[in-house]
Design a protein around this ligand. Structure first.
Ligand code: NAP
Length: 526
């Protein structure tokens, strides 16, 4: 079973107290980051006290992302004296190990020898972790770096990289998948793009992953709080059989889709995990991601949400690969959902438009046939929403700040394009904001002057951060029925869930602990 190690980075509260807390919270191991704790006496006292968790003793150098700025000789002496108190594991950087005969000798004395059979009944010394932290990138020839570590005489090998985006993190996982059955490995990528390596450590049989006591106590970029790893990502239930889903975008750190889909899967008893997958903005990067996941069969990637700026890239990639594309995605000119079919082929769909229609119907708007709908915006969301409205028989007028984009979309969908400046005067039964105006942090903006609300149209704002935008507030004050972008978001996500899992998400129950929809609304209000 892959363990969870929690680093301690401060002498306060007292270390024995912290050990009790993190053990109760679910940690299997604790890393004493002596360089960050910066209180050798506190560490020494903690090592002398009785304890029930194995410890990793680490005095990380600045060169590899730590805070130790003393010389090697002092560090070796410190590791030796603390190591004699038998924490369980001693972590030393491979670079230091290779350059310092003194360190090899002293650390060798406090660690079990790999080549010596253990004598029955003999007290075990420590296990040696040799580690490598690349703070600048992820080398192209990752295999050579892993080979170098694998040749080292350690019980555990640890490799940590800085990814450009999730593609590098996936390459790290590919190496882990190849090697973790024959040696004990820890292989991670840092930052938001590395989140997948922290969660899927359990799928690929790593010795351990790291999680922080809380957000402010992370010892490395991208290290998530233990609670998030256990609750949202259900780390304890991840195994080799767990299916992987995720959201591809740039950035993805603020996406609420992981919260929603992971909770729905938990409620439905599905063995799957949904992860943020940030991919650099170019088409080439997107195509490279798809090539990587095709090659990496053990990843078991079964479905993707696609968001800005990759919706058009996904459509292009599917076309270039002769893959199936739904009519909704064809007419929207964008794909927001990818699913892998039984034979391994990818299929593209778009649930944005259907999600908007679903939210309108749920709000009691009745038939859309012959209804006059004013769509503000001509970007990806507008395309999907307008195409679905037209398919439902609505009379759509598109207006956009950049008039040429409105004209192009009107021509592509065979509907009217109006002037942005005239938007408040255009007659409409329904107004749908598909611009990003009013989105956090610019919450005091609105895409529609108050005059546009005088005739009391129904107003749907696709923006869902904040949950109630200025447009919705003003519409409500003017007596208009309103529909929140959260309802559209939930509806389009539910359609994705249906496509991937063949069933609707479990019904929401706001009173039930862990209810996905209630958690989403709470996260938006936080
Ligand atoms: P996009 O492709 O980048 O399009 C952005 C649109 O907003 C364009 O029409 C753009 O006009 C317009 N715009 C941006 N700043 C503006 C300003 N200051 N004044 C006037 N117009 C402005 O983005 P998208 O994918 O369509 O997303 C748009 C919004 O829809 C986002 O807020 C997104 O969160 C939301 N959305 C919600 C859901 C949901 O489920 N609720 C689903 C998808 C999208 P120009 O062409 O002139 O630049």
């Amino acid at each position: 079973m892959t363990q969870i190690a929690v680093p301690l980075v401060s002498p306060e509260p007292p270390i024995p107290e912290q050990l009790t807390q993190v053990q109760a919270a679910g940690a299997n191991l604790v890393e004493l980051r002596v360089d960050l704790i910066a209180d050798e006496d506190a560490v020494r006292a903690a090592l002398a006290a009785p304890r029930t968790l194995p410890l990793i003793l680490t005095v990380r150098s600045q060169a590899e992302g730590g805070a130790w700025d003393g010389d090697d000789a002092q560090r070796v002496a410190l590791i030796e004296s603390l190591g004699l108190q038998l924490p369980g594991y001693v972590d030393v950087e491979l670079a230091t190990w290779e350059r310092s005969a003194n360190l090899r000798q002293k650390v060798g004395l406090v660690c079990d020898r790999l080549d010596a059979p253990s004598t029955p009944g003999a007290r075990r010394k420590n296990q040696l972790i040799l580690s490598l932290h690349d703070l600048t990138g992820t080398p192209d020839d990752l295999s050579a770096v892993f080979d170098r570590l694998e040749a080292a005489p350690a019980h555990v090998l640890k490799a940590v990289f800085t990814p450009r985006d999730v593609r590098d993190a996936l390459r790290v996982l590919e190496q882990l998948a190849l090697r973790a059955r024959r040696r004990s490995w820890i292989a991670l990528a840092m930052g938001d793009a590395g989140l997948i390596t922290r969660v899927l450590a359990a799928k690929f049989n790593a010795l351990l992953t790291f999680a922080a006591q809380h957000a402010a106590a992370a010892s490395a970029p991208g290290q998530m709080p233990l609670e998030l790893l256990l609750e949202q990502y259900r780390f304890r239930s991840i195994s080799a059989a767990t299916r992987v889903y995720g959201v591809v975008g740039w950035p993805t750190a603020h996406s609420l889709s992981p919260l929603l889909h992971n909770r729905w899967m938990r409620q439905a008893g599905i063995d799957g995990v949904y992860l943020p997958l940030p991919v650099s903005p170019s088409y080439e990067a997107f195509a490279d991601l798809m090539q990587t996941v095709q090659r990496f069969a053990q990843l078991d990637l079964h479905g993707l949400s696609v968001t800005i700026p990759h919706k058009e890239h996904a459509l292009r990639w599917l076309r270039e690969h002769g893959a199936a594309i739904s009519p909704a995605a064809q007419s929207a000119g964008a794909v927001n959902t990818l699913l892998r079919e039984a034979g391994g082929a990818w299929r593209g769909d778009n649930t944005d438009g259907a999600g908007a229609l679903h939210a309108l119907h749920a709000a009691g708007c009745g038939t859309l046939a012959q209804r006059r709908v004013l769509v503000l915006g001509a970007g990806g969301a507008a395309r999907g929403v307008a195409a679905a409205l037209i398919a439902a028989g609505a009379q759509v007028t598109i207006v956009n700040r950049s008039a040429d984009r409105a004209a192009d979309l009107g021509a592509a969908l065979n509907c009217t394009a109006g002037a942005w400046e005239q938007r408040a005067a255009l007659p409409a039964d329904i107004v749908i904001n598909c611009t990003s105006v009013g989105m956090s942090p610019e919450v005091d903006q609105t895409p529609l002057p108050a005059a546009g609300l005088r005739r009391r149209p129904l107003v749907l704002d696709t923006v869902y951060r904040p949950r109630v935008t200025r447009l919705l507030r003003e519409a409500q004050a003017a007596g208009c029925p309103i529909v929140s972008g959260v309802d559209m978001f939930l509806a389009q996500a539910a359609l994705q869930f249906q496509l991937w899992h063949g069933a609707s998400p479990p019904p929401g129950d706001a009173a039930a602990p862990g209810d996905a929809e209630a958690a989403l609304r709470a996260a938006l209000d936080a």
